[in-house]
Design a protein around this ligand. Sequence first.
Ligand SMILES: [Zn+2]
Length: 130
Amino acid sequence: MGNLTQEQLAHLQQILNQREQELRADMRRETAQKADFRDVASEAPDPGDSSFASLEVDLENAAVGRDINELRAIEAARKRMEKGTYGTCIECETEIPYERLLVQPTAERCLPDQDMYEKTHMDATRGATL
Ligand SMILES: [Zn+2]
């Protein structure tokens, strides 16, 4: 890694730690809500109500899934910090600017490569829904 100072790395690490704590708190809340909802759903005598309940649970699972993905990204960012590859684009190996890492500390790609990746990814999703 070339462009990041020890101070900048320490600061980014702090952002990652803070984000991780927020995510874990989120997940605890979502899991607690889900448990409450399951109680309500099991009491519902109307089959229409219970299918609505399972839809809600799916949506909450999706939210927890997003949190888990972000936690994995944070974990991966920490591993890259340990290996000394943090802040380097995994596609073209250019250095990711500190300003970008401040906004997106889990970024693995430079901005042009991230744009490219998202475009490719979105095309794949669109293709699947057609
Ligand atoms: Zn790149």
